[in-house]
Design a protein around this ligand. Structure first.
Ligand SMILES: Nc1ncnc2c1ncn2[C@@H]1O[C@H](COP(=O)(O)OP(=O)(O)OP(=O)(O)O)[C@@H](O)[C@H]1O
Ligand SMILES: [Mg+2]
Length: 266
């Protein structure tokens, strides 16, 4: 916490931490780099956990570019009860995004205000008990990210998302190092848009090809999963893609097993 923060902020932070106590595990999905598929990966992880009947929520803290509601097909307005704001539901996943609160309005906001907004948003949402909360982080290594590291401390680990382009990997390696400084455990890397399947035997790599060894060395992390460039992502619902017979759905089912094992919640 910073010097000079108000009593009301401290109260909100305590309330937010009470909510966090109700979560089994928090999976932060970040990159530092914009446009590499963080929101896509975060939503796919949440849907894949929910498919196994785990109580799952997703929190989108990308204040300036929220896209979780689009991927999961939810819209404002939010309702509230005495317990707080009621998350939207998408295929069993509880969904919360700042954009559900403010719609498409632009939000000019300084760092300290962002920290307060995210804290309040978490404190005011009636999540109930969750096995997993997935958090979609914005690009950059600014206040939203530092707030998330602080609010979920002790419960969270970070999944890094990158494409195989050198430029993306360089930016992601900065977040990797920041996570280490902030003592946030790193799960590993999801390599998104890694290849395009062209027939049964041919694969091309539109965003460059780095060997697994080079990539893992550059990010000092293990590659957990390689997700293809999936043309249907932009034309069908994500849920439909994840329930189709394709490499993307197989990759995400395998990925979530690192948290759930073979288990399905009864
Ligand atoms: N594996 C994929 N195959 C095809 N399209 C993809 C894939 N992953 C992401 N996309 C597309 O790339 C674009 C960017 O994805 P997304 O919004 O998830 O990235 P982001 O890293 O969250 O971006 P931002 O930094 O703006 O938050 C979207 O149009 C998305 O549908
Ligand atoms: Mg995003």
């Amino acid at each position: 916490m910073r010097m000079g923060q108000s009593n009301s902020f401290q109260f909100q932070r305590q309330e937010a931490r009470k909510r966090v106590d109700q979560f089994g595990k928090v999976i932060l999905v970040g990159s530092g780099k914009g446009g590499v598929g963080k929101s896509f990966v975060a939503c796919a992880i949440a849907l894949s956990l929910s498919e196994k009947r785990f109580r799952t929520g997703i929190l989108d803290i990308d204040i300036h570019g929220a896209s979780v509601p689009d991927y999961l097909g939810v819209r404002p307005p939010l309702k509230s009860t005495r317990e707080g704001l009621v998350p939207k539901r998408s295929h069993g996943v509880k969904v919360m995004s700042v954009s559900l609160l403010i719609g498409d309005n632009p939000i000019p906001m300084r760092g300290i205000d962002k920290q307060e907004l995210i804290t309040q948003f978490l404190a005011l949402t009636d999540w109930g008990r969750l096995d997993y909360l997935v958090v979609d982080l914005p690009p950059g290594t600014g206040d939203e990210l530092l707030s998330a590291f602080d609010l979920f401390a002790g419960k969270s680990s970070l999944v890094l998302v990158t494409t195989p382009s050198r430029n993306a990997v360089t930016v992601v390696s900065r977040l990797r190092r920041l996570a280490e400084t902030e003592k946030v455990p790193v799960e590993g890397v999801v390599l998104n848009m890694a290849y395009i399947d062209e027939g049964r035997t041919r694969r091309t790599s539109p965003f460059g090809r780095m060997s697994k060894k080079t990539l893992e060395a550059a990010l000092d992390s293990t590659i957990l999963s390689e997700i293809p460039l999936e043309p249907k992502v932009n034309s069908e619902s994500l849920y439909k893609v994840l329930h189709g017979r394709n490499n993307t759905s197989v990759a995400f089912r395998r990925l979530v097993r690192r948290w759930t094992g073979e288990e399905t919640r009864c």
